[in-house]
Design a protein around this ligand. Structure first.
Ligand code: HEC
Ligand code: HEC
Ligand code: HEC
Length: 434
């Protein structure tokens, strides 16, 4: 049973797409009254918070018509059409069918959905919000006739009925219930983070069945950081080095709205989350999300004291880089953007000194971003002016390991070195996925 769940989980919980997309266009609701219009609009906002477009809209594809491949170790699956087309989309869904798909992972015809669709998180969405989402998908989205593609997963792993057992083991049914003793903003933040925001689907480590090992703050692993598809989704607890402990409430709100602040910039899988989802949060909701995240107690630290900036030793190596392989690469390829002082030009150019991603134990994100650069962050329709370039073609594995080891030791960062073998591994896996 355990092994079966494990195999299944691996097939399911997959590569999350790393894309930058334009916001989805909406059709005009034909003949909808003013009250319905308001409901459709609220649904459109909720669809952004749920980041439905990140998966259901393929690059250059029609809004919500599906088709995006998601890689799994067993083969590819394709995201489905959720436009209101009666034949190929969800035009035939009643509100109850829609609610079941969203919160329980069961399609109208009764087949179980792979949890690549984050229904274990959406399970927490309340009835009022399901209604608004349904109104949006029925009346605010243009129907598109585009048939779904079968997955490439081979028999017997493609059988969906064992998912019933996965759901029995891991799905927590029932919408979010306000926690007594917490104020309105905290509860709103918890509802959004655990539910529509599905932040844990990337930021929470997975257990034996590949399930998220905690679905709310009652489990200490919740949002404590996890590796998924070559990116390490950062620790979002209050840990003071690798988590958000040194971030003020304002730093966090700025990051969610604009993808950058004085500590770090969004890259990798987070770019699409900012582009399609969190930048749309209204002021009240962004404050709620921030309040909730800032309330999470520190998890995952290594006992080191909180980071303090110290440029002295690093400046000495950068003044005489000849004897230090990492410093040589840094001066030639990185310094004009990230600075001698490691502070970059935040928020435009990310700082590396004290950056929680640089201090994190798992260096996957750093290796991946140095090899492959990052997709454009697009805020209010404007792409970032100086995206991080990829160095896969310019630097070999050892050079990348050297420069990242230098950065991880530099400016008092005190993080462990990176080995060339780790770079080689990610170079291979990220290139295979291209
Ligand atoms: C991380 C990717 C991802 C996100 C985000 C996502 N979905 Fe899905 N969704 C999927 C995948 C993959 C499937 C198909 C799964 C399968 O075939 O088993 C799916 C299936 C569905 C279905 C069932 C339709 C069908 O015929 O397969 C509905 C309805 C749906 N999603 C609605 C939504 C809504 C509404 C949102 C936003 C609130 C959303 N999804 C966000 C990946 C995603
Ligand atoms: C598709 C996967 C994915 C989802 C979903 C996701 N994140 Fe992230 N997130 C990442 C990755 C990968 C990083 C590391 C790269 C970076 O810092 O941008 C990250 C980084 C962050 C950071 C920066 C932390 C730091 O120390 O630099 C914050 C804050 C954050 N995410 C908040 C959220 C919130 C809030 C949600 C839910 C609304 C969310 N994320 C959903 C993948 C994801
Ligand atoms: C053209 C300017 C530029 C150059 C050159 C450059 N970077 Fe970056 N780097 C960026 C930007 C901008 C970001 C923030 C992500 C984004 O917006 O693309 C970034 C992000 C990063 C990050 C992730 C930190 C975070 O929180 O965003 C690391 C690690 C990094 N760079 C390392 C390097 C290394 C190592 C080199 C040299 C091999 C290098 N960079 C060269 C512009 C640059």
């Amino acid at each position: 049973m355990k092994n079966m769940l494990k195999g299944l989980g691996a097939a399911l919980c997959v590569a999350l797409p790393f894309l930058a997309q334009a916001p989805a266009g909406a059709a005009t609701p034909a003949g909808a009254g003013a009250a319905d219009q308001a409901l459709v609009q609220r649904g459109a906002y909720l669809a952004q918070l749920g980041d439905c477009a990140a998966c259901h809209t393929a690059p250059k594809g029609k809004p919500f018509a599906g088709g995006l491949p998601m890689n799994t170790p067993m083969g590819r699956i394709y995201v489905t059409n959720i436009t209101p087309d009666a034949q190929t989309g969800i035009g035939g869904y009643t509100e109850a069918d829609f609610a079941r798909a969203l919160r329980e992972g069961v399609a109208k015809d009764g087949h179980n959905l792979y949890p690549a669709m984050p229904y274990p998180s959406y399970a927490k969405v309340n009835d009022g919000d399901v209604k608004a989402l349904y109104a949006f998908f029925m009346h605010g989205v243009a129907p598109v006739q585009q048939a779904n593609r079968e997955s490439d997963i081979k028999w017997p792993l493609n059988m969906r009925w064992p998912l019933m057992f996965w759901n029995m083991a891991f799905l927590e049914k029932g919408p979010y219930r306000d926690k007594p003793g917490k104020d309105v903003a905290w509860n709103r933040g918890a509802y959004l983070v655990q539910g529509l925001g599905h932040c844990g689907s990337c930021h929470t480590p997975r257990g034996v069945g590949f399930q998220e090992s905690a679905l709310d703050e009652s489990g200490s692993a919740f949002l404590s950081g996890a590796l998924l598809d070559g990116w390490f989704a950062s620790n979002l607890t209050g840990e003071h080095n690798t988590g958000l402990g040194r971030w003020s409430d304002e730093d966090l709100r700025t990051f969610l709205k604009t993808g950058a602040n004085r500590h770090a910039s969004a890259f990798g899988a987070m770019t699409s989350v900012i582009n399609n989802s969190t930048q749309a949060l209204n002021d009240q909701d962004v404050a709620a999300v921030s309040k909730y995240l800032k309330s999470l107690p520190p998890v995952g630290g290594n006992g080191a004291p909180a980071y303090t900036y110290d440029p002295q030793a690093t400046k000495v190596s950068l003044d005489r880089p000849a004897n230090n392989a990492g410093a040589r690469v840094y001066t030639a390829y990185c310094m004009h953007c990230h600075g001698v002082d490691g502070r970059g030009f935040a928020p435009m150019l990310a700082p590396l000194a004290g950056n929680p991603n640089v201090l994190a134990k798992d260096a996957s994100s750093l290796i991946n971003v140095t090899l492959n650069g990052t997709g454009d962050l697009v805020i209010n329709g404007v792409p970032s002016p100086f995206p991080m370039p990829g160095f896969a073609a310019v630097l070999d594995d050892k050079q990348i390991a050297d420069v990242l080891s230098f950065v991880r030791a530099g400016w008092n960062n005190g993080a462990p070195a990176v080995a060339a073998a780790e770079v080689a591994k990610l170079r291979q896996s990220t290139q295979a996925g291209r």
